[in-house]
Design a protein around this ligand. Structure first.
Ligand SMILES: Cc1cc2nc3c(=O)[nH]c(=O)nc-3n(C[C@H](O)[C@H](O)[C@H](O)COP(=O)(O)OP(=O)(O)OC[C@H]3O[C@@H](n4cnc5c(N)ncnc54)[C@H](O)[C@@H]3O)c2cc1C
Length: 327
């Protein structure tokens, strides 16, 4: 990431997850001055990794798949750069021949690689988008404001709508209703450090058919953790039911449900809640132009597919919308 120097932006992108980063890369490559703002302490959004002592966890997206040639070509480039590697071609004995890519060493590596050379300011939460003649002005929770000729909002859609409405921007009622109808699954994610290797069979991930667990993975067998470290994702029903409850208690319930795959003592664990884990239904268009002059585009996995690939395709579509609609 470059050191940020304040100046007039062509495009301001809110969110440095996969959609924001791919949009920014494309726009910067076309010569646009681009600034990314993200509320997080690191880039990547739901491509997220966390450390507990010597243990390292991917606690958001677990692997990347490619169905579209453009994204497959991007993965090939990332592989040459050493930020992704093939994990496997299927789990629990169901080998289907389709590569599952993991970030090397962790899933955030891809986001960090994409952010290299871009202007990104972290720990800046955008709270409002206001119109100021032919430009947009975004305000942050720290009272700063940034202006640009075009804005791309990539947070989960309910958060993008809140930003738009806080600044008094009025969307077309049909467009607003369609955006407001986008729902997301929730996911409680447990990160547990073990005192011995888990019993999860190679390659170290499986999606149980019954019970509260949707996915369980061994980050050591996957290759990202120096010590035994297991990520457990609860399904939507369990996550919703326990969302407001005691996270420690929910974590212990999930660890009990995972006992047959752990086979070792849990020395410590943490629980993270993904309120906007995956969109339930994906949009028909890869991004939405919410306003043409000045240009406001909404992007993210909700407009494509609920996957890392979908977010990238949406980011590219947002960049194309801006490049083909000069302000
Ligand atoms: C538990 C889990 C498991 C998953 N597993 C897989 C998987 O195995 N394979 C797969 O392909 N996909 C998986 N996904 C989905 C995948 O992670 C997403 O589809 C993709 O990462 C979404 O990228 P995005 O850029 O659209 O959104 P995000 O990654 O959510 O990026 C949005 C960014 O906006 C920032 N932001 C939000 N609000 C503000 C604000 N007000 N101001 C500033 N910044 C803001 C956030 O900090 C974030 O960085 C999983 C997701 C989860 C949560």
């Amino acid at each position: 990431m470059k050191t940020f120097a304040r100046r007039a932006e062509d495009v301001l992108i809110v969110g440095a997850g996969m959609a924001g980063l791919t949009a920014a890369t494309e726009l910067a490559g076309a010569g646009r001055r681009v600034l990314l703002l993200d509320k997080g302490r690191a880039v990547g959004g739901r491509l997220a990794s966390r450390r507990i002592g010597e243990a390292t966890f991917d606690h958001g997206a677990q692997f990347i798949t490619a169905r579209v040639p453009r994204f497959a070509a991007a993965i090939e480039r990332w592989q040459r750069s050493g930020v992704v590697g093939e994990w496997c071609r299927g789990f629990a004995g169901h080998v289907d021949g389709h590569p599952r890519w993991r970030g090397t060493p962790t899933m955030t590596s891809v986001a960090q690689h994409l952010a290299h050379g871009l202007d990104v300011i972290l720990e800046k939460q955008v709270v409002a988008l206001c119109r100021s003649l032919d430009r947009w002005r975004v305000q942050t929770n720290t009272g700063e404001s940034f202006s640009a000729r075009a804005v791309v909002l990539t947070p989960p859609v309910p958060q993008s709508l809140a930003i738009i409405e806080a600044g008094g921007v009025v969307l077309h009622p049909e467009a607003r209703a369609s955006l407001a109808s986008i729902e997301y699954e929730r996911c409680l994610a447990v990160m547990a450090v073990l005192d011995a290797p888990s019993r999860l069979p190679a390659p170290g991930g499986l999606a149980p058919v019954h019970g509260p667990i949707a996915w369980i993975a061994d980050n050591q067998k996957k290759g990202g953790s120096a010590v035994p470290a297991v990520t457990i994702h609860a399904g939507h029903a369990f996550s919703l039911e326990h969302w407001e409850g005691d996270r420690g208690q929910s974590g212990r319930q999930l660890l009990d449900a995972a006992a047959e795959w752990l086979g070792a003592h849990v020395t410590t664990f943490q629980v993270h809640g993904w309120r906007y884990s995956k969109p339930v239904r994906s949009g028909e268009r890869p991004c939405v132009i919410a306003n043409r002059s000045p240009l406001l585009v909404l992007a993210g996995d909700a407009f494509s597919e609920p996957r890392v690939e979908g977010a990238a395709l949406s980011g590219w579509a947002a960049a194309e919308a801006i490049l083909s609609n000069p302000a």
